[in-house]
Ligand binder design. Sequence first.
Ligand SMILES: [Fe+2]
Length: 213
Amino acid sequence: MNNINTGNPSTGPGAASPHVLTPLPYAENAFEPVITAKTLGFHYGKHHKGYVDNLNKLIAGTEYAGLSLEKVITSTVGQPEQVAIFNNAAQNWNHTFYWKSLTPRGGGEPPAALKQRIEASFGSVEACKKELAGAAVSQFGSGWAWLVLEGDTLKVVKTANADVPMTMGFTPLLVIDVWEHAYYLDYQNRRPDYVNAVLDKLINWEFALQNVG
Ligand SMILES: [Fe+2]
């Protein structure tokens, strides 16, 4: 699993709010006009923050308080009675990863080392982008489209709702959020337009390369 900075894992025994909302790595208007400040403001300040706040409320006083975010996710996945904790923990993780998957100077050509890996797995960068876009557009309802590593091979997978690829044996490299809250204010029902604009202008290939390790 990738060791991303998900905030202070604990502020001590009995702490009410061990998980913190990771700061955005850019300004809320940094993606205009592809993603407006209004969308980013709601997405980060209401939706992402909501998951963090809910998680802290749900785990207070439980065996999950004080665990790292990754540990909360792996301890609750697949357990129906812990689905609320899993959903809020995973959505916190997914959003932090999504913010890092985008950059105001994104899109374009991947760095050479990543491009080589992409070409080995998909044939070309265009084919990789096409498969990512296809996964993002075809995900029925809410979810995520991921570029992941499985062994030495790069592949595209999609997950529904809050589901994360790490518990399926994949190392995540990049993600695109396809929940409606990610694009509806800007694109309404035109998810393909949002996805293609993100891939062309914002996707952070450097971040993917860092995650390849
Ligand atoms: Fe989201």
